[in-house]
Design a protein around this ligand. Structure first.
Ligand code: ZN
Length: 470
């Protein structure tokens, strides 16, 4: 994610001070163990900063999303089919879903009972599920999705209706605004989408189209498939009138660009720059992890962009090269390599910010060193120095320090270990954790192992101390 507004950080800081909502209640404790040894899955996945996000007791392998959306009424009719495996003997389990009406749920085709409390949807299957057993949950639901507005200094996110469709950006926990899921990046899964919209409207989701759109009865159904594991916040079904350009990058990766008619003049630049950036990052970060690349510019003034997997989305502005470089770097850092805890967000944003500097250097503009030096000159009173980026705060997750000081951390590392080791490290990092999960500790371990240096003091000063490193 990256803001496109200079004043946004200040505004967000102000809002977070003014908003000052009471802290979330802790999730209810799981039910006591029953006599037969089957217990309820936890209502949170175990991220202490976001205790209600995600759920315990199972791991999702695949989501099949069927969505029918009417822009005129803003009504969504959905069926979500979840293939999961139990990680404990499971008497009941939770899904995350915000608003919307649940019409019915089956588990392995048998009707299940369910209750709702806040954003927690508790499902009790007719038969408990054995540990390690696979099971399939099917949730039929409908309603008018309401985007999230309440957390992490982000403004509005999730499923956001627009005049001609919807703009869907769900970081960090907004996918529950449009489909029931395990809404935390610690549980990644593959996705299939079947999205039905009025004829003339285009539906853009992650991955690739599987076949031509089918129109019948005034409606068109688009089928998309993301075959690589994806965090649920990266799932999108962005809907509207779009001009499209499709082809391949010079390096041969399928490339899909879509722009709202208001941004039609951006289409060729979006397509060309996205292709060039994707190919270049492949030489710097290692092979591109997914089956296609591209981007979407929609006419919704989000003021930010989000790295939706294979389909970064730019909210209401023509993206420049720098922000395209940022969002496509996230395809490696954030999307392929995914954090298990939000506190490690610098592994996404620090890397994507440093990628902007590398792109500038690549293009013969300011070097990363020069950009680093400009920031380092900031006075000791600059707010960046009092916010340690290695520990992103849940009420100020996307603080500018996580981006800028996170990027500076990588530059300090580069200077300490030398260019050769640094760039080998980036490739080893992406290769070693491709499609998996990462932690700051595992990055520090790899950096020390590859450089043969004790980097503890460097990372401590840059990531964890509330003051400007020397
Ligand atoms: Zn970002």
């Amino acid at each position: 994610m990256r803001s496109n507004r200079r004043g946004m950080a200040l505004l967000a800081a102000l809002i977070s001070v003014l908003a000052c909502a009471p802290a979330d209640e802790p999730p209810p404790a799981g039910q006591a163990e029953s006599a037969n040894g089957y217990t309820a899955g936890a209502p949170g996945i175990g991220d202490p900063d976001f205790p209600a996000d995600g759920n315990g007791g199972y791991d999702v392998a695949h989501y099949g999303l069927v969505v029918d959306y009417a822009p005129t009424t803003k009504r969504l009719e959905g069926v979500t089919t979840i293939q999961a495996a139990a990680t404990q003997n499971l008497s009941s389990f939770n899904l995350d879903l915000s608003g919307l009406d649940v019409r019915g749920i089956t588990v392995d085709d048998a009707p299940a009972t369910f209750t709702r409390k806040g954003d927690e949807l508790t499902v009790t299957p007719p038969e408990p599920v054995d540990k390690n057993a696979g099971f399939t949950v099917k949730v039929t639901y409908s309603g008018v999705p309401k985007p999230a507005k309440d957390s992490s200094n982000l403004g509005t996110y999730g499923f956001i209706s627009t005049a001609d469709g919807a703009f869907v950006t769900s970081e960090p926990n907004g996918s529950k605004t449009w489909f029931p899921n395990n809404d935390h990046p610690a549980d990644k899964a593959t996705f299939d989408f079947a999205i039905t919209v009025p004829a003339g409207v285009t539906a853009v989701a992650n991955g690739e189209l599987t076949g031509q759109p089918v129109t019948a009865g005034g409606k068109t159904t688009y089928r998309w498939s993301e075959r690589h594991p994806m965090a649920s916040y990266l799932a999108t079904a962005t809907l509207g009138k779009f001009d499209l350009r499709q082809g391949k990058t010079p390096g041969g990766i399928p490339n899909f660009a879509a722009t709202d008619p208001k941004f039609k003049t951006s289409l060729d630049k979006l397509y060309t720059v996205s292709g060039e950036v994707t190919d270049y990052w492949g030489t710097v970060f290692g092979p591109y992890p997914f089956s296609s690349t591209g981007g979407v510019v929609d006419d919704y003034s989000a003021g930010y962009a989000l790295e939706n997997q294979t389909k970064p989305i730019y909210g209401g502005f023509e993206p420049d090269e720098s922000i395209i470089a940022h969002e496509l770097a996230h395809q490696w850092f954030g999307d392929s390599l995914t954090i298990s805890r939000w506190k490690d967000l610098w592994l996404n944003e620090g890397f994507a910010t440093y990628a902007e500097w590398l792109w500038s250097e690549h293009k013969g503009k300011q070097t990363a060193e020069a950009i680093f030096n400009d920031y380092h000159k900031r006075p000791a009173t600059d707010p960046m120095w009092s916010y340690p980026p290695g520990r992103a705060k849940p009420d100020d997750l996307f603080n500018q320090s996580v981006y800028t000081r996170g990027g500076m951390t990588l530059h300090a590392l580069r200077k300490a270990v030398g260019d050769q080791t640094f760039f080998q490290l980036l490739k080893a990092w992406t290769a070693g954790h491709r499609y998996g999960h990462v932690t700051t500790e595992s990055f520090i371990d790899l950096a020390e192992q590859m450089s043969g240096k004790d980097l503890g003091p460097l990372f401590d000063a840059w990531l964890y101390q509330p003051r400007r490193p020397a």
